[in-house]
Design a protein around this ligand. Structure first.
Ligand code: R1P
Ligand code: GUN
Length: 325
């Protein structure tokens, strides 16, 4: 069994993963987590309302974030603040580590803190990372409840200076200019569709699409929704992309599953107030404008409703993973 303290020491940098900090984090994990679970192959990040994903972990050990140097607290309802180590999948199972609760920049966390758990996953030997999230549908063909296998992203924050990889190189062996045209592993994406087939999932329950990352915490205006849709995004959310970039830099294979929890309200055109007033003045009936609003409660409710499906899908993908090389 490899000692994870030795696997990935990072030099000091401005993103918070100084070698001292990482050594301290790994030391705490070594003290709490039994040796057979210390080097998980798979990392899972549970999105809003999806922490139940880890309920099927066997021999599980929870490590509260407050015990881990470098970890902040998750402050969003539907997110816990603990790492779960255990075995998942059928048979002997595969050792996994799951983040029950993630960090978002809108909570006030620095990007280096947001991705620190992914750095830790890299340091303990995680090869494949499964990142889940709750997202709003921009593509009208995506019904609420659909699970979207993400194959690409649009990250306006990355393009405008909010990229977690900004700053001195965290490890001299990492590329300075990371190509991310292949960020979303094709073979893992294919495994999800094989898994769905084996679970006899309805064809419409699973789709493919592009995730737009926005900073939040506001949801989109109709014009922003139209803009992101026109740019080619299918779903939108406030997380995931920083984790994807850090995971790719760490050399992990990335799978992202977005649960569509709501439709982003994007009416095809703006309903003119002038026309409405003129209609009123003319004494004619007006069609009421329905003011639909998304809420985090709705997002969490959907997570609860579809949590078991997401769990079965992830467990089946774990079963289908090829043996490590
Ligand atoms: O992306 P996750 O963490 O799943 O949560 C999504 O749901 C929250 C908004 O309801 C935002 O945090 C958004 O990013
Ligand atoms: N930005 C954004 N994030 C979400 N997370 C869940 N639903 C949504 C949404 O509609 N917009």
């Amino acid at each position: 069994m490899a000692d994870f303290i030795t696997t990935s020491q990072k030099p000091s940098d401005s993103r918070g993963s100084s070698s001292t900090l990482m050594t301290e984090t790994l030391q705490v994990l070594k003290e709490i987590v039994p040796p057979e679970l210390q080097n998980p192959r798979v990392g899972i990040i549970c999105g809003s309302g999806l922490s139940g994903l880890a309920a099927s972990l066997r021999q599980s050990v929870l490590v509260q974030y407050e015990k881990l140097p470098g970890f902040v607290q998750s402050t969003v309802p539907g997110h816990k603040s603990a790492l779960a180590f255990g075995l998942m999948g059928s048979g002997a199972g595969i050792p996994v580590v799951a983040m029950l609760g993630r960090f978002h920049p809108y909570e006030g966390h620095k990007l280096s803190s947001v991705v620190y758990p992914v750095r830790v996953m890299g340091a303990i030997g995680v090869k494949d990372i499964f990142i889940t999230n709750a997202a709003g549908a921009l593509n009208p063909a995506l019904a609420v409840g659909t699970i979207v296998v993400v194959h690409d992203h649009i990250a306006l924050p990355n393009l405008t200076g909010m990229n977690p990889l900004l700053g001195p190189q965290i490890d001299p062996s990492f590329p300075r200019f990371l190509p991310i045209s292949d960020a979303y592993s094709r073979s893992l994406r294919k495994l999800v569709f094989h898994a769905a087939h084996q679970l006899s999932m309805n064809r419409d329950a699973l789709a493919e699409g592009t995730y737009a990352w926005v900073s939040g915490p506001t949801y989109e205006t109709p014009a922003e929704g139209r803009f992101l849709r026109a740019a080619g995004a299918d779903v939108v959310g406030m997380s995931t992309v920083p984790e994807v970039l850090a995971a790719r830099e760490e050399g992990m294979n990335v799978l992202v599953l977005s649960l569509v929890t709501n439709a982003v309200v994007i009416p095809a055109s703006y309903k003119s107030v002038r026309e409405e007033v003129e209609t009123e003045i003319a004494g004619n009936l007006i069609e009421p404008v329905i003011d639909e609003k998304v809420s985090h409660e709705e997002v969490l409710a959907l997570g609860k409703m579809k949590g078991d499906l997401m769990k079965s899908l992830v467990a089946k993908v774990l079963d289908l993973l090829p043996p490590p090389v």
